[in-house]
Structure formats: C-alpha cells, structure tokens
Write a protein that binds this ligand. Structure first.
Ligand code: SF4
Length: 332
C-alpha cells in the first residue's frame, strides 16, 4: 500500500541507505490528482471497498494473460487462454473466498465468465502472443528517490529485444475497460510514463515504447517517450508527493467532484454529496498550529490524472497482482 510519511515514525531504510519516507504508485498518484479526499479514504483511513465483478474480472483476465506465456509459442491460442479462465477464477476464489458472494447464482457467474472470454477475444484481436517472448510479466519495479519517496508498481508485461544500440524495452499494459476519450488519453499514459521513469532509473534505459491495450473496445494507444517526457513525469511525481505531504500536514483533503464520483465507494461519507468524513486517524491529525499557518496546496495540474489499472477496489495495494481493474470510466 502506498504510504504517506509517518510523522516522526521510522521507515525502513531502502537498499542504498536512503531513509524511506513513504511510497507512491501510479494508481495512488492518480487518485490524489483526481480527488485528494478519495486518496485520503483509501490510503490514510484505509477504508474497505467492496469488490466488484468488473474488478475481479480484470484480475482474472490479467492472470490468464500472464499464464498464457507459460505455454510455448504455438500453444498460445485463444482456446488455451479460455481454458485458463476457470482455473484463474478458482485460484482467486481460494485466496479470497468472500468473492463467492459476487454472483447471485450460476447463471450470473456464467455470464460474467462469458464477458471475460470476450475480453480475451479482444486481446487476440490486438496482437498474436505466439510471436512474442516477454522478458517479464507482472514485473515489480521500485525505485527510491533521493527525497526518500519509494516509487513502485507492477508492469503487466515487459518486452525486450537486443539491438545494436542496446536493449530496446517495450512496456505493455492491459486494460479491461474501454479506452479513454481524447481528453483522457494523456492522463491514461501517466501510469505508463511512471513505469518508464522507474525503468529508466533502475536500468538506465528509456523504454522505446509504452503500449496500452484496451481489451473491451479492442484498441490500443502507444507513446514513444523521450528523456524530456520522463523528466516531466519526474517533476509531476515530485509535485504530487509535495501536495500529499502538505495535505497530511494541514488535514486539507479536498473533495474534488467529477464524473469519477460515480465509481467512488465513498460517496456516502463525502461532503460533496452531503456526507461527513470520519475523523482522521490519530497519527494523521494535523498539529493545530499547522492548520492556522499553512494554506492548502493547490491541486496539482490535473492534466494527467492516472488511469488506474486495476482493482484497487478491495485490496490494499492496487499495483500488486490481485483483484482486477478499477471501474473508473477511463478504465472501464
Ligand atoms: S465521491 Fe467524488 S468527490 Fe467524493 S471522495 Fe469520491 S471521488 Fe472524491
């Protein structure tokens, strides 16, 4: 889970001796950029969010696409992918038995599985996995900035080719929702640039391509980042972290209503909808003098709120393989 800095608390040192002051993933950065209050509910209050069938379907489909590459290339067929669906669902159910209550009856579960099959069909319409040799799947990446902020996340797939100019990397992400409209396309790529930035820092190589597959409407977008893109991403990450730290000091977690509210599990306690947030956890209550001195930080440039891949819905760390895609409109 992403962690804000613990006031006065000791965080474990990172490899390299930098004292870690907190963690940030692209999903949580996106939460904060979209609505600081939603970030607070998820990260500070750690309020539970019920699983949704869409989120769980996303998890299962991601698992299938990961396992598909266990097959030798000729065996990576749509039939093989479909055969992996039920086992992936049952494996998830074994880990999280409460998911059994997602479906009222077998017919509902069967319809849900059918919708997952349709997403797999969408995947095969976008690329032929028999022609690929991924370097990594569900790759955990982490880098600690000099400021002590640990950036981390999971990359769905990393493709790598040796070239005369050195390794060529391609970051691939599967979205089980629909593609974003033009106004959200740059926002959707923030997550990918976050990963590209991490790879650049970890391996010293700027990925040649960032590719997002939208399985629901069977389309994809891509970007070829350069150093200036990644430096801009670095500045944005710094700005987001500064704003999170300021919100934590002041206690000013602003509700920022948008169409994303329709997918927010916390409407009932949101002031924008007549609700009342619970008291902040004791460790996160701002010192009284801080609230009288500090002004609230303006919301960081909302030009690129991240689109969350998955499923933060009912699991603490959304960037860890587990329950599936977030139902945000930009990610289905
Ligand atoms: S309902 Fe909307 S404004 Fe309120 S916390 Fe959720 S996303 Fe933010």
């Amino acid at each position: 889970m992403d962690q804000p800095p613990a006031p006065g608390g000791d965080a474990p040192p990172a490899a390299g001796g930098i004292r870690v002051v907190g963690s940030l993933s692209p999903s949580r950065a996106g939460d904060f950029m979209n609505c600081p209050l939603r970030y607070r509910f998820r990260v500070i209050d750690r309020l539970p969010e019920p699983p949704s069938s869409a989120a769980v379907r996303g998890t299962v489909v991601h698992t299938v696409l990961e396992r598909l590459f266990d097959h030798p290339p000729p065996g990576r067929t749509i039939a093989a992918a479909e055969a992996l669906l039920e086992p992936a669902w049952h494996d998830l159910l074994a880990r999280e038995p409460e998911l059994a209550t997602l479906f009222a009856d077998e017919a509902e579960r069967a319809a849900w599985l059918e919708s997952a099959r349709s997403l797999l069909t969408g995947y095969f319409s976008l690329e032929n996995p028999a022609g690929l040799t991924p370097a990594a799947r569900e790759l955990y990446v982490e880098h600690v900035l000099d400021s002590g902020v640990r950036l981390r996340g999971y990359i769905d797939r990393l493709d790598e080719a040796a070239t005369r100019d050195g390794p060529a990397l391609r970051v691939v992400d599967y979205k089980t929702g629909r593609s974003p409209g033009p106004a959200f396309e740059g926002q959707a790529l923030f997550q990918m640039k976050f990963y590209a930035y991490l790879l650049w820092r970890i391996r010293g190589v700027i990925p040649r391509e960032l590719r997002l597959y939208y399985l629901a409407d069977r389309t994809w977008i891509r970007v070829q980042p350069d150093e200036s893109d990644l430096r801009a991403t670095e500045r944005k990450i710094d700005a987001v972290w500064s704003a999170i730290s300021r919100a934590r000091r002041t206690g000013d977690w602003r509700a920022t209503p948008s169409k994303l509210c329709d997918w927010c599990d916390h409407k009932i306690r949101c002031p924008a909808f007549g609700g009342t947030p619970p008291p902040l956890p004791a460790a996160d209550r701002p010192a009284p003098q801080a609230t009288t001195v500090d002004r609230p930080e303006p919301k960081p440039a909302a030009s690129e709120p991240a689109v969350r891949r998955a499923a933060d819905a009912h699991q603490p760390d959304p960037d860890r393989p587990g329950t599936g895609p977030d139902p945000d409109p930009t990610d289905g």
